[in-house]
Design a protein around this ligand. Structure first.
Ligand code: 5AD
Ligand code: SF4
Length: 449
């Protein structure tokens, strides 16, 4: 069977799709180009309105392939599947499977049964209350990516119910994975050649604070993983400011392979809006975390998520968001216009902000951010760093081959090198020569390793 997976949304979805690919390949199925597949899987995101709309247009595109082969069918997974469920069967008759974030464990079996004709339609939408292991570490190490980077899941779901957010409804309650399973998987990956690991969860800082907890905190887990011999880079995402422990802040100064970057969603700079968002921290608390982080690791790079136009947001509230962006000096940020999501608490909050005003605020915020980003990157010119090569750069306009990689803070660095192959998965010492709008150019200063 030939399958094709399209993934929308967060890194959790990317990671889920990677697992599904491995699981289907281990059954002898083959990943195929969009034009050759017999089975399509769409892993969906409903966190905001836009990504949700993309899912429907993707299904429209898949429908066009039915002309080539009427036996083609599709599966819809992830957050929109959890939300709409069997509604997909009516709207898109070629959809034969829907699965939610917990249901994915059984998706390979279900796909096989549908492909064999043993089943017509399957819905896997139940939530489970403990984290289900999906594969043992050895299975995962059968094919190590050339980039030598891996995501490792440490938990599922979220218990926070921020008033605008659909995630607790689509991904269910927080379920931590057993720390030993996490460490075993990380160790197996590193022993098989992985050099960089990103620990994943909706709210990694509350790791262990649920039924699955065994008294190992996120800070403890970080230390254990960081201590694995041969791991060059360790990252984690996503964090919630209300849960970040002093030990995690201190870890940035203590653990050498913990990368100096943190994505710490602020959402709004105004205490009134933060309260209505049910974020459970204030501007002052956020700033004290930032101070702590900068003390522990002066070169730490902070990035964030921001929402503008939350119901009730005034010009003064918005101004406080701008002030915070400036004060913290986020090197980059993702900013979104608030959108109503089905079933969330903010749906009933008033007054809604005029969409024209929200768009204008978003533009002002993004202009400010672009200026800050430019200054941050400019300040790096002339500095030495180490770049972990991920692939070829998009632009190839020099005499030599340009390679794309990331510095320890995760910034993209393009470096021209004599080699036209064999650089992926290597660390290269580089001097930054030029700051571009969202990336850096560098020149190699030493031997790769
Ligand atoms: N409207 C706009 N942005 C949202 N986000 C989550 N829910 C909404 C919503 N209803 C943003 C938050 C979150 C990011 C993943 O998406 O900033 O951190
Ligand atoms: Fe959504 Fe808040 Fe949970 Fe993040 S912490 S997933 S914003 S509910």
């Amino acid at each position: 069977m030939k399958f094709h997976i399209t993934t929308f949304g967060c890194q959790m979805n990317v990671h889920d799709s990677e697992w599904l690919t491995r699981a289907l390949e281990s059954r002898g199925w083959e990943e195929a180009d969009e034009n050759e597949a017999q089975i399509y899987v769409v892993n969906t995101c409903s966190v905001r309105d836009k990504p949700e709309q993309k899912v429907y247009s993707e299904l429209g595109r898949i429908a066009a392939h039915l002309k080539r082969d009427e036996n083609i069918f599709a599966a819809v997974g992830g957050c929109v599947a959890q939300q709409i469920g069997q509604g997909f069967f009516k709207r898109f008759p070629f959809v034969k499977l829907v699965f939610g974030s917990d249901g994915i464990t059984n998706a390979p079996n279900a796909l096989e049964r549908i492909a064999e004709g043993a089943e017509d339609r399957v819905a896997l939408l139940d939530f489970v209350s403990i984290y289900e292991e999906r594969e043992n570490p050895e299975e995962r190490t059968v094919s190590i990516p050339e980039t030598r980077q891996a995501f490792v899941n440490i938990m599922q779901g979220c218990d926070n119910f921020c008033s605008y957010c659909i995630v607790p409804y689509t991904r269910g309650r927080q379920k931590s994975r057993h720390p030993q399973a996490v460490v075993d998987e990380c160790r197996a990956l590193v022993e098989s050649g992985i050099r960089e690991i990103t620990l994943l969860g909706q709210n990694v800082n509350s790791f262990g604070m649920d039924k699955g907890g065994v008294g190992v905190s996120f800070a403890d887990l970080l230390k254990k993983v960081s201590g694995i011999d041969g791991l060059d880079r360790l990252r984690f995402t996503t964090s919630h400011p209300k849960d970040i422990e002093p030990e995690v802040i201190a870890a940035f100064g203590e653990l050498e392979n913990l990368c100096p970057s943190l994505h710490l969603p602020l959402q709004s700079g105004s205490d009134n809006v933060l309260k209505a968002m049910r974020r459970k921290y204030t501007q002052a608390r956020y700033l004290s975390i930032v101070d702590g982080l900068k003390k522990a690791r002066p070169d730490i790079v902070l990035t964030t998520d921001l929402i503008v136009g939350f119901p009730g947001e005034t010009e003064d509230d918005f101004q406080q968001t701008l002030d915070m962006v400036e004060r913290v000096g986020f090197e980059s940020s993702f900013s979104f216009k608030y959108s109503d999501r089905p079933g969330v608490a903010s749906l009933n909050m008033e007054p809604k902000v005029d969409p024209v005003v929200a768009s204008e605020r978003l533009m002002r915020l993004q202009t400010l951010q672009n200026n800050i980003t430019r200054n941050c990157l400019k300040n790096l010119e002339g500095l030495e760093t180490e770049v972990f090569i991920e692939g070829l750069s998009r632009k190839q306009d020099g005499d030599n081959t340009s390679w794309k990689g990331r510095d320890p803070a995760g910034r993209i660095v393009n470096t021209e090198m004599d080699e036209s192959e064999g650089m992926v998965g290597l660390m290269v010492p580089v001097r930054i020569t030029e700051a571009k709008k969202h990336s850096l150019n560098g020149e190699r200063t030493g031997k790769p390793w």
